[in-house]
Design a protein around this ligand. Structure first.
Ligand SMILES: NC(=O)c1ccc[n+]([C@@H]2O[C@H](COP(=O)([O-])OP(=O)(O)OC[C@H]3O[C@@H](n4cnc5c(N)ncnc54)[C@H](OP(=O)(O)O)[C@@H]3O)[C@@H](O)[C@H]2O)c1
Length: 285
């Protein structure tokens, strides 16, 4: 019988590419989508070993209801891939409480709710008879380095990094491995979703920098890595016996690691400022 994996957010991008590759590798995928049209489209493409779960991660009653089919079908899960996520841009000073809360609820709080829901199937029981599953959290390089004007997103991914560490240390007793993937720019829909968003900050002092955002998004997307770089890594994390605890996926991993871990804060602040004021980039990487 096929091994089972739950992936959140399979309608596009990293989730969709992971569904494709893991399905090809023989897994049964329970993939979350937010509307019936996506569920129908994917069920046609994958007539077997795919079950759509219809939920918005912010609505936990919906999540619990949709999860019943997983509990009915599976004795165990080989993996849970917490992928669904959003990026709400803007200066921290001007993001509304609602925007900030949504960013944290989708990218952090829902991941704890969903992880806890599926833990029994992942083997959170001492002396469980089946091998434990794995949890892969799709974090970001923004979980390691804070970019201005992407503050809420950076904060959410830093929190997800912490959550990954805490779960990994708590779930060790069950043998459940918890892994963070930290991609830099990847070619997916997430970029387009943030085009034309900066006018809402037109009256703020930050607009001088923010008005470059669309050009920068287009340029960053153009230079982004293909989505398969992440989906292949997800497949590797599911199958190798000793996965690392975290993986950076970036064109220039060495420089990024240097920036994130070793440069003094004040030098990084200067570099970020210089990059934003003197060129067309709004992220330093
Ligand atoms: N692309 C990058 O450069 C990059 C870099 C680092 C990390 N990441 C992370 O990778 C993950 C996937 O993003 P992506 O780049 O593949 O973007 P994407 O193409 O926009 O995919 C996001 C997925 O999340 C789903 N989603 C969003 N809000 C949701 C909600 N409230 N409830 C349920 N599902 C929801 C979307 O569903 P709908 O289609 O219904 O909206 C979609 O399936 C995110 O966590 C993101 O932060 C991306």
């Amino acid at each position: 019988m096929a091994k089972n994996i739950v992936i959140t957010g399979v309608s596009s991008g990293i989730g969709r590419a992971s569904l494709d590759l893991l399905h090809e590798k023989g897994y049964h995928i329970f993939g979350s989508v937010r509307n019936q049209a996506d569920a129908d489209k994917l069920s046609k493409i994958y007539p077997d070993r795919f079950t759509p779960l219809l939920f918005d991660v912010q609505n936990h009653d919906e999540v619990v209801k949709a999860s019943k089919v997983v509990f009915e079908h599976c004795e165990t899960l080989a993996g849970l891939i917490n992928n669904a996520g959003i990026a709400i841009p803007g200066p921290l000073e001007h993001l509304s409480e609602k925007q900030f809360e949504k960013q944290l609820d989708v990218n952090v709080k829902s991941i704890r709710r969903i992880t806890n829901l599926f833990l029994p199937l992942l083997g959170a029981k001492l002396n469980a008879s089946k091998p434990p599953g794995r949890i892969i959290n799709i974090s970001s390089v923004s979980g390691l380095f804070n970019s201005p004007y992407n503050g809420a997103y950076s904060i959410s991914k830093h929190a997800l990094e912490s959550m990954t560490d805490v779960y990994r240390r708590e779930l060790r007793r069950y043998g459940i491995k918890v892994i963070a993937l930290e991609p830099g720019p990847i070619k997916t829909e997430i970029w387009k979703k943030n085009l034309n968003k900066m006018d809402e900050f037109k009256d703020s002092d930050y607009y001088e920098v923010l008005q470059k955002a669309d050009k920068i998004i287009e340029k960053t997307e153009h230079n982004a890595l293909p989505v398969e770089n992440v989906s292949r890594l997800i497949a590797k994390c599911m199958t190798i016996s000793r996965p690392k605890t975290r993986y950076i996926v970036h064109k220039n991993k060495f420089v990024f690691r240097l920036m994130a871990y070793y440069l003094p804060d004040k030098f990084s602040d200067w570099l970020v400022h210089k990059t934003l004021t003197s060129s067309n980039r709004h992220r330093p990487f």
